[in-house]
Design a protein around this ligand. Structure first.
Ligand SMILES: [Zn+2]
Length: 272
């Protein structure tokens, strides 16, 4: 039988992963901390922009803006950087750098800034970590490096102008090479959109949506907002994500839905 390259690739990965632990390498220590990155002053009418089939009416949801710190042994990754600090009503009250300071971490200790997608409420504070390697979906990187995208690109100027290391991500990315933190290719909201899987020893598997869905009702019904770049890709990505959640028995965290805040310990505590 001729084995396809894809099947062979999976086979090699699985055996390498198993062999590493068989050789006695200790399992990595991974933790996940939620960081507050802004909030809406009041619940938002989500029927207006969040359903391209007019499926939702009369529903208001308290939307929030969340970022996440993942510790992997001595390395740190920040997932999304939220709204920028400033006078806007949705601006975070405390900067990411100050939140990390409360954890006795310096910005230079952050090895990776990984973003779900290029929208400004996810990239707002990326510039606080110029030393970090930027992990961004290749489809999104192509957009932010297009000269026509100056506004979208501004928060990532450190990287688009060559000031920092960047890794455009094609497909999924196993960030630390041991399967504990994986950027999942979930395009559609934007061309290079990613979600995140974190596999924790005590809490188990956690799936963080990015903007795959913005609130429970859209997630449950597979709804798509009006401001997506590819509807078919979004529907396929939501399908993949939900199957992952079922198969991995994962806790799903919808980043913008305030009702999901309590699924992780309150800052400064971390899920383990
Ligand atoms: Zn978005």
């Amino acid at each position: 039988m001729k084995r396809s390259p894809f099947v062979f690739g999976v086979f090699v990965c699985v055996t390498t992963f198993g062999a590493a632990f068989a050789r006695g390498q200790s399992a990595p220590v991974v933790t996940l901390t939620r960081l507050q990155c802004g909030t809406n002053a009041a619940p938002t009418d989500v029927g207006q922009r969040f359903s391209d089939t007019y499926a939702i009416s009369g529903l208001t949801v308290q939307l929030t803006f969340s970022c996440y710190l993942i510790k992997h042994n001595d390395d740190y990754l920040i997932w999304d950087t939220g709204n920028p600090v400033g006078a806007a009503a949705t601006a975070p009250k405390t900067t990411l750098v100050d939140l990390l300071g409360q954890l006795k971490l310096a910005p230079t200790q952050v090895k990776y800034v990984a973003i779900s997608h290029y929208h400004g409420d996810h990239t707002g504070q990326a510039g606080q970590f110029p030393h970090a390697t930027l992990l961004i979906g290749k489809g999104d990187w192509d957009v932010v490096t297009d000269p026509k995208s100056a506004t979208i690109a501004a928060p990532l100027a450190n990287w688009t102008t060559g000031g920092g290391k960047v890794e455009p991500v094609i497909g999924d990315k196993d960030v630390f090479g041991d399967g504990t933190v994986i950027m999942l290719n979930t395009p559609g909201h934007t061309p290079g959109h990613h979600s995140l899987l974190v596999r924790l020893k005590e809490m188990g598997n956690v799936l963080i949506t990015g903007d795959l869905s913005h609130f429970h009702e859209n997630y449950e019904s597979g709804g798509v907002p009006t401001f997506n770049t590819d509807r078919a890709a979004s529907v396929a990505s939501i399908d993949r994500f939900k199957k992952l959640a079922t198969n991995l028995k994962a806790t799903v965290i919808i980043q913008h839905d305030d009702r999901d805040v309590g699924k992780l310990p309150a800052f400064p505590a971390a899920a383990k």
